[in-house]
Ligand binder design. Structure first.
Ligand SMILES: [Zn+2]
Ligand SMILES: [Zn+2]
Ligand SMILES: [Zn+2]
Length: 334
């Protein structure tokens, strides 16, 4: 079984595969498979095994969730927490699922149409509600790699669901930051940021009845933007039907803008939501008030250099104000 190890200095968890890839495994750069050879296209063949699907009246699948092809986390077994000398580790218990967003190969997610995008968003919600029932799971992340070199190896529209037995460091840092701000101001930092951005206007890209899209004041990546629901709500599990439809529409518009502006850039996005299974009485007692679910979209148009790697400090080669202006002005029409 794969394991996760805690880096003792920073407290960051990393997953280590029990079967190491060989040096030559890293050398074969294959690119995206052709349509006829794509594993995600094969419908109804029994492989890959279906976990969940949305089907049309004739029974044909429209959205399907399958186990990830190379899962890092395994749903079987116990956590097996262990200390080895000064080091901590545990079994990589968790879930890696792949959400196939369309039976059609190679269709960009923004061309799926709002109705299909809504099925994708509804499937996210359905899987999150289901996975949260597992008491070993502490956090569920919905995320996406699109285009090379984002980590995408399929060229078929899909997104990923990763459920982990620990709260990943990046999420923990956000939770801690939000909690600290709430202790001081008794307000949600995300609601405050959203209010401030709407007041200033110069980093806002899109305002809709349920969502605000803006380039964060101190983003890490050029053209990075965040999608925040207007309604304060710490967890995506409590999203409403209207919000899901609004999100599907917002994602479609924003990815069309990104495509037109940056000529089909690779990007990643993550949906950050409150962790599950946290005893609210203790350390996280204000979680419902202090955290606010959101999506961060990170175009991968510039590679990370030595300074970024060594310092964790990023250089923005396009300011968030300029990026917002470009994103706002570019049309999302076809
Ligand atoms: Zn395919
Ligand atoms: Zn809020
Ligand atoms: Zn976040």
């Amino acid at each position: 079984m794969n394991e996760i190890r805690r880096e003792p200095l920073l407290g960051r968890w990393v997953a280590v595969l029990s079967e190491s890839m060989k040096p030559e495994d890293y050398l074969s750069e294959t690119g995206f498979p052709e349509e006829g050879h794509c594993q995600l296209c094969h419908e109804e063949s029994g492989e890959p095994v279906e976990i969940y699907s949305v089907r049309d009246d004739s029974g044909k699948w429209l959205v399907k969730v399958v186990p990830a092809m190379v899962p890092v986390f395994s749903p079987e077994g116990d956590l097996g927490r262990k200390g080895i000398g000064i080091y901590d580790k545990m079994n990589a218990i968790g879930v890696n699922e792949m959400l196939i967003e369309s039976p059609q190969h190679g269709v960009p997610p923004e061309d799926l149409g709002a109705e299909q995008m809504l099925r994708v968003v509804e499937t996210f919600s359905a899987r999150m509600l289901e996975l949260e029932k597992d008491a070993r799971i502490r956090h569920i992340m919905l995320h996406k790699n699109c285009g090379s070199p984002s980590g995408d190896t399929y060229g078929h529209p899909h997104s990923l669901i990763t459920a982990t037995p620990v709260i990943p460091k990046r999420v923990k840092e956000e939770l801690d930051g939000a909690k600290l701000y709430y202790e001081y101001k008794e307000r949600c930092i995300f609601c405050d940021i959203m209010r401030e951005e709407e007041r200033l206007k110069d980093r806002v890209v899109l305002e809709s009845p349920h969502f605000v899209v803006f380039c964060p004041y101190a983003a890490r990546f050029p053209f990075e933007f965040w999608i925040l629901p207007r309604r304060h709500n710490c967890s995506f599990r409590d999203v409403t039907g209207e919000e899901m439809a609004g999100l599907a529409e917002t994602l479609t518009v924003m990815f069309k803008k990104l495509r037109r502006l940056l000529k089909n850039p690779p990007y990643n996005y993550v949906l950050h939501t409150a962790p599950s299974r946290i005893p609210r009485r203790n350390h996280w007692h204000t979680l419902g008030e202090d955290f606010h679910w959101h999506i961060e979209v990170m175009p991968r148009i510039r590679s990370i250099g030595s300074f970024e790697l060594g310092s964790g400090m990023y250089t923005l080669t396009t300011s968030p104000e300029d990026a917002a202006k470009y994103l706002k002005e570019v049309s999302h029409g076809d």
